[in-house]
Design a protein. Structure first.
Length: 94
C-alpha cells in the first residue's frame, strides 16, 4: 500500500485474514451456515517490483508460499522465495 511502512501493510493484511476467519459464512436468504472460511494471502511491496507484471508475479509467488505452509496464512514476498518454490516444485515433479 503506497505510503505505508512494510510492517503496517503486513499488519493490515493479517487483520483482514483474521477478520475473515472469525466471520461465519451464512446464506443471506436461508440463514444456513456454510461454516468458517479462511484465506491465504500473498504480499508484495511496490518497491520490490520492477513493474505491474512483476508485482503481481511476486505476490502470486508469496501466495503459493502461504498456501504451501497451510491454511489461513499470510506471507510476504522475499527474494529467495521463488527459488525455494522452484526447488520444491522440482522435488514434487519427481
Amino acid at each position: 500500500m503506497p505510503g505505508h511502512k512494510p510492517q503496517a501493510t503486513q499488519d493490515m493484511a493479517d487483520a483482514l485474514r483474521l477478520m475473515i476467519a472469525r466471520t461465519p459464512l451464512k446464506n443471506p436468504k436461508t440463514g444456513a451456515s456454510y461454516g468458517k472460511i479462511s484465506v491465504s494471502l500473498g504480499l508484495c511491496l511496490s518497491d520490490q517490483a520492477l513493474d505491474p507484471f512483476d508485482f503481481y508475479h511476486k505476490a502470486d509467488i508469496a501466495l503459493y508460499g502461504a498456501k504451501a505452509g497451510g491454511r489461513n496464512r499470510m506471507m510476504q514476498y522475499r527474494p529467495n522465495l521463488e527459488a525455494e518454490f522452484d526447488a520444491n516444485r522440482l522435488l514434487y515433479a519427481g
